[in-house]
Design a protein. Structure first.
Length: 288
């Protein structure tokens, strides 16, 4: 493993200016569960690691007037144990509870998970389905964008040099909204997903008409994606088993599944067809 200098700035602006001044030789490090693996495997060899761990205020979860904010340094374990998340956003509990092991979840952050941008990132798929935005700060100032548009390819995002992810903002959801996520794996523990499926459903006053449907799919395509054609199957209609099956079929056709070492495209498509209706049913139970 190559040698590097470990820098510990105490503020966001100090961290950004360190990254800018050391340019390509520097990397941010949060929990280090992705960065350190890449360094050990010789995939990257930064001379400077700029730690975010001394920066105050980025490890908070706040829920006010229906809007959820999650700081980029919030760990998966903090999300897993948060009563607010469990009650109001159980889709996030579904996702983080099965990431790595407790030891990994204790240090690995939601910000690092998303910036790492691998197609199998469990944190990204439910956040996209919830309509999350990301707040970024860099040498040119701050900007906010939809998380859905943040990814441009495996391991690639729209982050500019020196830019830091500060927080995720989930706008208020309509009443009677529920959402659920499943990570489909070959075994229970310490496994990256073969595919990840998230579904959000909002119900009208009769509790049976779908006013909003969102489907988030991960691992299948090079970046996490929404299956918008499949979503339109349900929107504005009374939900029936027949329509749920139709939505699953439409999602399987839309999902851009690939072959990889963990699974073949045909199997992934079949599982999308099964898991989309299954998550929709759970989302409806939660919505009610
Ligand atoms: C044994 C093991 C099991 C795992 N299992 C899973 C799993 O089941 N599901 C899953 O999704 N992942 C899994 N992972 C991957 C990893 O744990 C997660 O992606 C984790 O959330 C990364 O967060 P981190 O804080 O450790 O990131 P780091 O390694 O610190 O950083 C990751 C990347 O993000 C950048 N970065 C970090 N924070 C910021 C920020 N705020 N702003 C800008 N850039 C930033 C870093 O420069 C780096 O490029 C596993 C890893 C291991 C080692």
């Amino acid at each position: 493993m190559n040698k590097f200098e470990y820098l510990t700035p105490g503020s966001i602006d100090e961290a950004i200016s360190l990254l800018v001044s050391h340019g390509e030789q520097a990397r941010f490090i949060a929990g280090g569960t992705d960065v350190m693996v890449k360094i050990k495997e010789g995939k990257i060899s930064p001379q400077y690691l700029v730690s975010l761990r001394r920066i105050q205020g980025l490890d908070r979860i706040t829920f006010q007037n229906g809007e959820l904010r999650i700081g980029s340094l919030v760990t998966h374990r903090m999300l897993e144990l948060s009563p607010i998340i469990r009650k109001e956003f159980p889709i996030l509990t579904d996702a983080v509870t099965h990431i790595g092991s407790v030891q990994i979840r204790n240090v690995a952050t939601i910000g690092g998970n998303v910036v790492n941008a691998v197609p199998s990132a469990d944190g990204a798929i439910p956040l996209i389905t919830l309509g999350a935005q990301v707040r970024l700060r860099g040498p040119k100032g701050e900007r906010t964008m939809d998380l859905e548009h943040f990814f441009i390819g495996p391991g690639q995002t729209l982050l500019e040099p020196g830019e830091m992810l500060l927080e995720f903002i989930v706008p208020k959801l309509p009443d009677h909204t529920g959402a659920a996520y499943v990570k489909h794996t070959r075994r229970e523990a310490m496994e990256l997903p073969l595919l990840g499926v998230a579904v959000l459903i909002s119900l009208g006053g009769d509790l049976s008409t779908c006013t909003e449907a969102r489907i988030g799919l991960g691992v299948l395509a090079p970046t996490p994606m929404r299956a918008r054609s499949a979503e339109s199957v349900l929107k504005g209609k009374k939900i029936t088993e027949e329509l749920l099956a139709k939505m699953g079929k439409a999602a399987a056709e839309e999902c851009r599944a690939r072959d990889s070492i963990r699974g073949e495209a045909w199997y992934r498509r079949e599982m999308v067809e099964v898991l989309v209706p299954r998550m929709a049913r759970l989302a409806m139970v939660r919505a009610k």
